[in-house]
Design a binder for this molecule. Sequence first.
Ligand SMILES: [Zn+2]
Length: 75
Amino acid sequence: MDEKKQNPPPACTCIQDPYASLPPEMRPKPVQKIGNLRKVTCPVCGLNYWTNRKTDLCAACENKGARLPDTSQGA
Ligand SMILES: [Zn+2]
């Protein structure tokens, strides 16, 4: 009779929003940028990743020969 008690873990205060007491307009926006990297979503496979390139296409799809449907770059 060793029934497992599955108590929910106590909420950790260290993950609380440090800006919770601030009005929304005063909270810093979560900037998704690191240096010259930007967070993009690959339009082909939907992969979220960081890149410093202009295209959102991930390397894997690029290697497969995938292309963005509307590239305004002259061929
Ligand atoms: Zn991709």
